[in-house]
Design a protein around this ligand. Structure first.
Ligand code: GTP
Ligand code: MG
Length: 362
């Protein structure tokens, strides 16, 4: 029961704004004038908690990059070529990726040339500014003119999100966390256990569903995943659900049969709701660094994917991979996972991410 204590109901003022979003008007990002002092304090507390979780989750990446940067800066007064070479190496070995690193270094070189003299101790803040600016320019966040944890629910039909990815990356956990966030925001959530490969997978999902209060639709182990997805959508529509989350079994992009199975699941869902699934989210394990990058490349080429979630950023020094993926891919990063707990899923915001990566608190 303790887990439920973490979930707090969304304040009424915010819920009203959400109702406005459903009819097409956009929710203002800032507090409404009606926001009470208590609501404001609660919101600020929540934001602070999220920032702290992100800071804690990125600690290894942060210290990895900065302790090396500090060593490189020590004893030098000026940003010179040698120092830029070292910075390049630090970024590449922090899994930012070669292409993005080259762009960052070029930007810093230009700045050094422009500013003539640049103190070596300023390098950290310059790096921060350049990465933030690069990510701002290089694309967009996943649609976040949303009412609920990044997801725009509609009035007429449930929003259908299908989760895909290789084995063990965190698909089921991400669905569980998401279901909890949405349920906490007052949404009716249905989960489809379309990973019928192992009985344990269905049970694992059931635990998450029960915890969050979502309804899970399941069949026997070994049954047709498309049939589970179909049942889930039928049931969700009949019961006026707001969101449907479909879990799928882990698979590699080069297993043709399994990739075709994903198409079959998608096609069957479209028979119930013509434009479902509204979102196919690829989950990537951030702690695998460049492998996550490769998976994003291969999976997006092999099947339809329109958002990304990058998990397990806690406990790894490879968090730089989020910068590279966010810079290089057309498909936006929607969520990041910073722990195994129910609250350890965050909406990916480029600016907040860069700020956390360069924060000096804790
Ligand atoms: N530290 C950490 N662990 C995570 C995170 N997300 C998931 N995990 C853990 O990763 C392991 C695998 O997660 P699952 O959700 O079962 O992964 P999956 O993709 O559903 O796996 P398959 O269904 O077997 O393909 C579990 O032990 C999770 O607790 C995260 O953000 N941080
Ligand atoms: Mg799973």
């Amino acid at each position: 029961m303790a887990l439920f204590d973490i979930f707090r109901k969304k304040p009424a003022a915010q819920a009203e704004t959400e109702a406005g979003t459903q009819t097409g008007t956009q929710a203002p990002p800032q507090p409404t004038p009606q926001e009470s002092e208590e609501t404001r304090q609660e919101r600020e507390r929540e934001e602070k908690q999220e920032r702290e979780a992100l800071n804690a989750g990125l600690e290894k990446t942060r210290t990895g990059i900065f302790s090396r940067l500090a060593r490189s800066v020590a004893g030098r007064s000026k940003v010179d070529d040698e120092m830029l070479d070292e910075l390049e190496e630090i970024l590449i070995t922090s899994d930012v990726g070669v292409d993005t690193t080259v762009v960052i270094i070029k930007r810093i070189e230009e700045r050094v040339a422009r500013d003539k003299y640049m103190n070596a101790s300023e390098l950290q803040s310059i790096l921060r500014e350049e990465i933030a600016a690069l990510l701002e320019e290089s694309g967009r966040n996943a649609d976040s003119e949303s009412d609920t944890f990044g997801i725009s629910t509609r009035q007429s039909e449930p929003y259908v999100l299908m989760v895909v990815g290789v084995n063990g990356v965190g698909k089921t956990t991400t669905i569980g966390k998401l279901a909890a966030k949405l349920a906490r925001a007052g949404k009716k959530v249905y989960i489809g256990a379309a990973d019928t490969f192992r009985a344990a997978a269905i049970d694992q999902l059931q635990v998450w569903a029960d915890r969050s209060g979502a309804t899970m639709i399941r069949q026997q182990m070994g049954s047709d995943p498309a049939s589970v997805a179909y049942d889930t959508l039928r049931s969700a529509v009949a019961n006026n659900a707001d969101v449907v989350l479909i879990d799928t079994a882990g698979r590699l992009h080069n297993k043709i049969g399994l990739m075709n199975e994903l198409s079959k699941i998608r096609n069957v869902m479209a028979k119930v709701i013509p434009d479902a699934p509204h979102e196919v989210m690829l989950v990537l394990d951030g702690s695998t660094g460049q492998n996550a990058f490769e998976q994003a490349r291969e999976f997006t080429a092999a099947t339809h994917v329109n958002s990304l979630a990058i998990t397990k950023l806690d406990g790894t020094a490879k968090g730089g991979v989020v910068i590279g993926i966010s810079d290089r891919f057309r498909v936006p990063v929607r969520y990041i996972g910073v722990g195994e707990g129910v609250d350890d899923l965050q909406i990916f915001d480029r600016r907040t991410f860069v700020e956390a990566l360069f924060s000096i608190e804790n």
